[in-house]
Design a protein. Structure first.
Length: 163
């Protein structure tokens, strides 16, 4: 019966079939309307093999390390290349180690490939260690390994000895 008029909008006039479409489709191209399609996920940040970084790295995205990092890394997915070395704590949802880490590893999923060398403790929810991987340290399973370790086990001497 009645349809929305597009007299004041630039471009060709709306036909009756276009007027029947939802009001979101009738908005001009320059409006603040954003499509509901998800944003494309950015590619992983790659630190090349000739790069030495001294300092901490923090991202909600993915990092692929091929060079050397002297500092802590926090990421969604961390991939350590075969020739890479990280000296510091690693915290990520997923950690894939092909190279060397000297320091603590905290991850929901931790995978040490056959070329991995880890010197430090691993705190994980799930872990996979391939044959040939080199690992020196302790392994501890936690439901929430990404927490900052505030849930440390109490020692018997801490509270009982001073009563």
């Amino acid at each position: 019966m009645f349809s929305k008029s597009k007299i004041n909008e630039p471009g060709p006039k709306a036909t009756e079939s276009e007027a029947d479409k939802s009001t979101d489709a009738a908005k001009p191209a320059g409006s603040d309307f954003k499509a509901s399609a998800p944003k494309p996920k950015p590619a992983a940040s790659t630190l090349s093999s000739d790069l030495l970084i001294t300092g901490n790295l923090k991202t909600t995205g993915d990092i692929q390390v091929e060079g050397q990092v002297e500092g802590d890394i926090r990421a969604h997915l961390l991939t350590v290349g075969e020739g890479a070395t990280i000296k510091g704590e690693v915290v990520a949802d997923d950690v894939v180690v092909n190279g060397r880490i000297i320091g603590r590893v905290r991850g929901l999923k931790v995978r040490l490939t056959s070329t991995a060398r880890v010197e430090g403790d691993i705190i994980h929810k799930t872990i996979a260690i391939e044959s040939g991987a080199h690992f020196e340290g302790s392994v501890q399973r936690q439901d929430d390994p990404l927490s900052n370790g505030s849930k440390k086990m109490p020692t018997a001497a801490a509270g009982d000895a001073k009563s």
